[in-house]
Design a protein around this ligand. Structure first.
Ligand code: ATP
Ligand code: MG
Length: 573
């Protein structure tokens, strides 16, 4: 919890007050058996009725104060722990959003999810319950021992002899169960991962008849989790029966030893009754302390996992603004090299210049680095060497928000949110209605939107499940166009469109977005042939660059691709 101390700091006073109230309430509870003993041993034999009422009233008062104080403190602990967890969750979410793509690759999405959910929940539980049991249990334990010692020291020794038995059990259980709980958390990460992959990929899994395989896989992680759960359960299950056994043993011993002492006149019978109550309290306190140990180690493990994300260093640091150089291109890559993992280059020595309004086409087999170029331009990753400039400024000197505003982006597998068609195009931006219609028109999405009953307000299901592949793509392109971006990035974004629609889309882009610089990744030569520049990539290396006609002459690979797609070449726009 040390790592999250700064979240606790603003609430110290409140927590302190909560614990003070809890302390008072628990203190009151400790006096109840004591008062009862006085009534039984002194007031009843003396027959002082008014005194009995007085002490009885005091007992009631103690009970009421104890009840009230406990309720108040418990509510307060829920409030402060809720607020602290909210702040932690808020910062954690924000940090996860701002992690660089490279950091996210390392962390993995399922782990991020469980940190945000189950780990923050563990922290919340620790905070809330520590303020409750954390104060109550030690006070009941120590207070109970003191009270019994004060009443009848020899009888109290009977209790003290039994406590080590429980202490040993508690030690053993805590020591073996804590590592199990830590393991439980990481196994849970695995379950989340498998479930997430399954739900996102359910259609593919069904289509490829992988259902049985996936069932097996889920069965595997499920079994593992169950095994860890069981083991932890079996070990912790020892605690309660042992505790009950010790309790009953203790109660019997107290009665037996007490009977002898009462008989010999060494103590009064009320003391024995009070002892029985104190012993129950002390034992429950011991069990409470066990729970705190377990909670603490769970919370501590979770706090570490959360703090680890919060402490991630700023990966994509902003450089100080630099002077722009004379006659800058709109976008320029200068000898850029990049590798995702540090093993083998995914982009090597890439250079190109794009003037404002020009279109760059990128072609190449899968895995050749096309999307990587776009990711670098979007600054999801920083290059290992070389520079990327926009308007002559290194993109690392441009503030993140400013950089983001320049782009309109459509990826092939981008996500469509649940809501309306218009909402998906607007995508949480402040855009006028006309911009949405214009974008939908240009993206060739209007034809299918019009066919829908409520047009732009038609409903879109989660992940766009009620749309066809081509319809989804057009919606995504409309989203990219709606902001009237300075730079348009289309990564294989029209692959599902039929040729005629694709051609119309390209004509609209050329005619209506003259000032927009476009980067276009496509598999079809026909989609790129009007581009001002085309890069042909292979394994991160540019093997051909130039216009369509030039490449047809100079680049054999390009010519081969174009020829295999023959027939498309004639289909023009
Ligand atoms: P496609 O046409 O299939 O989309 P692409 O040309 O866009 O392919 P990239 O996504 O740029 O290919 O990937 C280039 C290489 O980088 C591939 O070998 C891929 O395995 C690797 N790669 C991509 N993303 C990551 C990542 N996050 N971590 C590690 N390696 C990655
Ligand atoms: Mg790609």
């Amino acid at each position: 919890m040390v790592q999250l101390e700064r979240y606790l700091r603003p609430h110290w006073w409140y927590i302190f007050l909560t614990m003070a109230i809890k302390l008072l309430a628990t203190g009151m509870e400790l006096f109840i058996p004591d008062l009862m003993e006085v009534i039984l041993d002194e007031k009843v034999p003396a027959g002082e009725l008014s005194q009995i009422y007085l002490y009885g009233g005091a007992m009631l008062l103690c009970a009421a104060a104890c009840l009230g104080g406990n309720i108040l403190a418990n509510r307060m602990s829920a409030v402060s722990s809720g607020r602290i967890t909210r702040a932690i969750r808020h910062d954690l979410f924000w940090r996860l959003e701002t992690l660089s793509a490279r950091q996210m690759d390392r962390l993995t999405v399922p782990s991020a999810e469980s940190r945000l959910t189950s780990d923050t929940y563990n922290i919340n539980q620790l905070l809330a319950r520590f303020q409750r049991i954390g104060v109550r249990a030690p006070i009941l334990l120590v207070g109970g021992v003191i009270m019994t010692m004060r009443m009848d020291a020899p009888l109290a020794l009977v209790l003290l002899c039994l406590l080590p038995i429980i202490a040993v059990v508690v030690y053993f259980v805590t020591k073996t169960s804590v590592p199990l709980y830590t393991r439980q958390q990481s196994v849970l990460d695995g379950v989340v991962r498998v479930v997430q992959e399954n739900i996102t990929g359910i259609r593919v899994i069904k289509a490829l008849s992988k259902t049985e395989y996936e069932k097996e896989r889920f069965h595997g992680v499920n079994e593992e989790l169950a095994a860890v759960d069981q083991k932890a359960g079996i070990i912790t299950a020892i605690t309660n029966p042992t505790a009950s056994l010790t309790l009953n043993l203790g109660l019997t011993l107290v009665v037996v030893v007490g009977a002898f002492r009462v008989h010999s006149g060494a103590c009064l019978s009320g003391v024995v009754v009070a002892f029985l109550q104190y012993f129950t309290m002390i034992l429950n306190a011991m069990l409470g302390i066990t729970r705190i140990f377990v909670m603490w180690s769970k919370g501590e493990a979770s706090a570490k996992r959360v703090a680890q994300v919060l402490a991630e260093p700023e990966d994509l640091t902003a450089f100080p603004p630099a002077e722009t150089e004379g006659d800058p291109a709109h976008i320029e890559f200068r000898d850029v090299c990049f590798s995702y993992t540090g093993v083998g280059e995914n982009i090597s020595h890439l250079s190109f210049r794009l003037e404002r309004g020009q279109t760059l086409g990128i072609l190449g087999p899968t895995g050749s680095g096309k999307s990587t170029i776009l990711a670098l331009l979007l600054r999801q990753y920083d290059p290992d060497s070389g520079e990327i400039l926009i308007d002559g400024r290194d993109i690392r000197t441009i503030p993140y928000e400013q950089l983001r505003e320049k782009f309109g982006v459509a990826f092939q597998n981008d996500f469509i949110t649940e809501g309306t068609v218009a909402g998906n195009i607007r995508f949480f931006r402040d855009l006028p209605e006309e911009a949405l219609t214009r974008a939908a028109e240009d993206a060739q999405a209007m034809e299918f939107i019009r066919e829908k009953e409520s047009g732009m307000d038609s409903e879109v299901m989660v992940r766009g499940n009620n749309l066809s592949g081509g319809q989804k793509q057009r919606l995504l392109i409309a989203r990219a166009l709606a902001g009237d971006p300075e730079i348009l990035i289309l990564d294989d974004a029209s692959s599902a469109l039929d040729y005629a629609t694709d051609a119309r889309l390209r004509r609209c882009l050329r005619e209506h977005y003259r000032d927009t610089t476009t980067l276009l990744v496509a598999q079809r030569v026909s989609a790129l042939r009007h581009a001002d520049q085309i890069l042909v990539l292979s394994d991160g290396v540019v093997i051909g660059a130039g216009r369509h006609e030039e490449l047809m002459r100079s680049c054999q690979e390009y010519r081969l691709i174009a020829q295999t797609q023959m027939g498309e070449g004639k289909e023009g726009a």
